[in-house]
Design a protein around this ligand. Structure first.
Ligand code: 7TS
Length: 409
């Protein structure tokens, strides 16, 4: 179906995996927040790399190695432009959001967070933006503090000034909540933290897929995201870091390619970003990620944002009308996901019935257990939307939920 600005029918033809039946029904994929599907352009770019250019990077002078190096570095430039970073050397390739946050925790964190210091996060976070900070705080004798979330799923920003203390060494916050879809006003948080000289890391895993992001305009110190949620391959992700921040940080892992010279006694580390990229990187992954970004920008991030907003409003309305459904999260601004519970029917049972109808959703705590505790639930059903989803997909979900009611009546 076509909407102004985004020809979804056309977009769907670019995603081969969508055109299959699951359990005898056409697949309705509503789990893109967990991992998004890949357009043909990404699959072809990876295949082309392995068919024509595969070699290790930065080490060889032979032609294939030069080509692989050029492809890897051009992917870095592509990512830099996508985030509107000033310099492609501010882009560190990692495995995903999780590794990006662990890198900052163990490199920036170990250097800058000491006994009695504080790291501030929020109750909205995915475990990937909680556990690395808990580990750091335990190692350093520091304290992890949380900005609370209110009943609607917004952060209680009236508490921010009191939580940003002279001991706060970093604020780490999600841009969009994976469990509720809350869009956090990160720009305001960054402004208020930076006014006190406190650096900010933004977890952009669920944001870059839905709207344009400009790290310079946000003025964040770090920004992390995963390739596989951005319609690119698994195993590749990005840490953006302001150059002066990255340059002041020690390496995260030691090994090949992150050095300038090694003697038996001492290593001189390579410059940024290579200092943080020990070992053979996922070159094909970076190539695939660049292809995904090219694809998204051809479709148009603004058009994608408009489509996603419109479809989310439709989905919230339609799902909210199913008898017995309670939607979770009424934050001022939301993106990408509809999270709900249904009377006393267990979310896993709902997910199982939906799967029989060909509808893929995620059920569980969504790796956001502290947030689930705030809302007094152990788990929810989460339908997540992407540029290839249609109103018909939402209608299929709603029909499935009526089926759930019949089964458990
Ligand atoms: N941060 C957020 C906000 C996320 O949603 C996720 C993954 C991560 C970090 C971790 O990303 P990774 O690529 O390093 O694993 N979120 C989900 C999800 O919602 N369902 O499955 C994974």
């Amino acid at each position: 179906m076509s909407r102004p600005g985004l020809d979804v029918a056309r977009v769907r033809t670019d995603f081969p995996i969508l055109h299959q039946e699951v359990r005898g029904r056409p697949l309705v994929y509503l789990d893109s927040a967990a991992s998004a599907q890949k357009p043909r352009a990404v699959i072809d770019a990876i295949s082309h790399f392995y068919t024509h250019d595969n070699a290790n990077v930065h080490r060889g002078v032979h032609t294939l190695s030069e080509r692989a190096t050029a492809a890897f570095e051009s992917a870095r430039e592509r990512v830099a432009r996508f985030l509107h970073a000033k310099d492609d050397k501010e882009i560190v390739f990692v495995r995903g959001t999780t590794e990006a946050i662990n890198l900052v925790a163990q490199s920036f964190g170990r250097k800058n967070v000491g006994p009695g210091d504080e790291v501030l996060i929020t109750e909205l976070e995915h475990h990937a933006n909680i556990v690395p900070w808990q580990m750091l705080c335990e190692q350093q004798g520091a304290r992890l503090r949380y900005i609370p979330v209110d009943k609607k799923g917004d952060l209680a920003l009236d508490r921010l000034d009191e939580l940003l203390t002279p001991r706060t060494r970093l604020l780490a916050v999600t841009h969009v909540s994976n469990a509720l879809g809350t869009v956090v006003p990160v720009k305001e948080l960054i402004r208020r933290a930076r006014a006190r000289g406190i650096p900010v890391l933004v977890d952009g895993a669920q944001a870059v897929t839905h709207f344009p992001v400009d790290v310079v305009e946000l003025d964040c110190d770090f920004y992390a995201f995963s390739g596989h949620k951005l319609f690119g391959p698994m195993g590749i992700g990005v840490l953006y870091g302001k150059k002066e921040r990255l340059e002041a940080m020690p390496p995260y892992q030691g090994g090949g390619d992150m050095i300038l010279s090694v003697t038996k006694e001492k290593t001189v580390y390579n410059r940024v970003p290579y200092r943080f990229e020990a070992g053979t990187p996922d070159v094909a992954g970076a190539v695939g990620l660049a292809a995904a970004i090219d694809y998204l920008e051809r479709v148009g991030m603004e058009a994608i944002a408009a489509h996603d907003r419109e479809l989310l409003a439709y989905a919230e309305e339609a799902v909210g009308q199913v008898p017995g459904v309670r939607l979770l999260g009424q934050a001022r601004e939301r993106s990408g996901v509809v999270s709900f519970v249904m009377e006393d029917i267990h979310p896993h049972d709902i997910g199982t019935v939906l799967d029989r109808e060909g509808v893929a959703v995620r059920t569980g705590h969504h790796c956001a257990q502290p947030l689930m505790q705030c809302f007094g639930v152990a788990a929810t059903v989460r339908a997540s939307l992407a540029l290839y989803n249609t109103r018909e997909d939402v209608d299929a979900l709603v029909r499935g939920l009526h089926k759930v009611r019949e089964v458990f009546a």
